[in-house]
Design a protein around this ligand. Structure first.
Ligand SMILES: [Zn+2]
Length: 225
């Protein structure tokens, strides 16, 4: 009898932790399309969507695959269904132009009826001092979501080395064709030396990605249907 009671108590405690801390399934039932940007070739084999590159040769199209693997893992842990527009095995996409490629990515997210189309990029600026994480959104259905994610990224800040660049609405082809909520995260500037170092650091990528997951969990919790 006693042993049974303990078991019952243990189950209750586990349920309590799941409820309070969202250890499992915080994104269960959600469909997320993760979109590592760039890397598309046309039918002649010419690269039509290259992305940016650091002075020492670190390519955005490689970094965003590393990031997307981390994000995908975290989303799966939270019970979400995850699709990728490209990955390490399917590295190159086929498209005749950059715009056509970005349109096709958005249409892929539409076809999955995604709760979120998450576009992953690295930034570049002629101003070498510019650095930090930038969150972009375009349509109204994505504004609140972008803001909640941005708040979580801003909250890490300080000693962790994560710098925030900002949040803004921006018209991009990939957003224009998306009929599902979509945001774009620039994880840092490949034109900035400190950011370049961070973009090669799995711990940094993990930290920012965890904040994104946290933001999404908060957003979906607040906007339960
Ligand atoms: Zn990019």
């Amino acid at each position: 009898m006693r042993v049974k009671n303990y078991k019952y108590l243990a189950v209750l405690i586990i349920c309590f932790f799941i409820k309070v801390f969202g250890y499992a399934g915080g994104l269960s039932g959600k469909i997320i399309v993760v979109d590592p940007g760039h890397a598309a070739k046309n039918s002649n084999g010419k690269i039509v969507n290259y992305g940016c590159k650091s002075a020492s040769g670190v390519k955005e199209m490689d970094v965003v695959v590393d990031i997307s693997e981390i994000l995908g893992g975290l989303f799966l842990q939270q019970g979400a269904t995850v699709y990728f527009t490209r990955d390490r095995q399917n590295y190159w996409r086929s498209a005749e132009s950059q715009d056509a490629d970005n349109q096709a990515r958005a249409e892929f997210a539409n076809s999955k009826n995604a709760d979120l189309f998450l576009r992953v990029h690295c930034n570049w600026s002629p101003n070498k001092k510019k650095r930090g994480v930038l969150v972009l959104w375009f349509k109204d259905d994505s504004k609140k979501l972008a803001e909640t994610v941005y708040e979580e990224i801003s909250a890490i800040g300080g000693k962790s080395g994560v710098v925030v660049d900002g949040i803004r609405s921006q018209h991009l082809v990939g957003f224009e064709f998306a009929k599902v909520p979509s945001i774009l995260i620039e994880y840092g500037y490949l034109s900035n030396k400190s950011d370049e170092k961070l973009l090669k650091d799995k711990k940094y990528l993990q930290k920012v990605s965890e904040a994104i997951v946290q933001g999404l969990k908060k957003h979906f919790e607040k906007n339960k249907k």
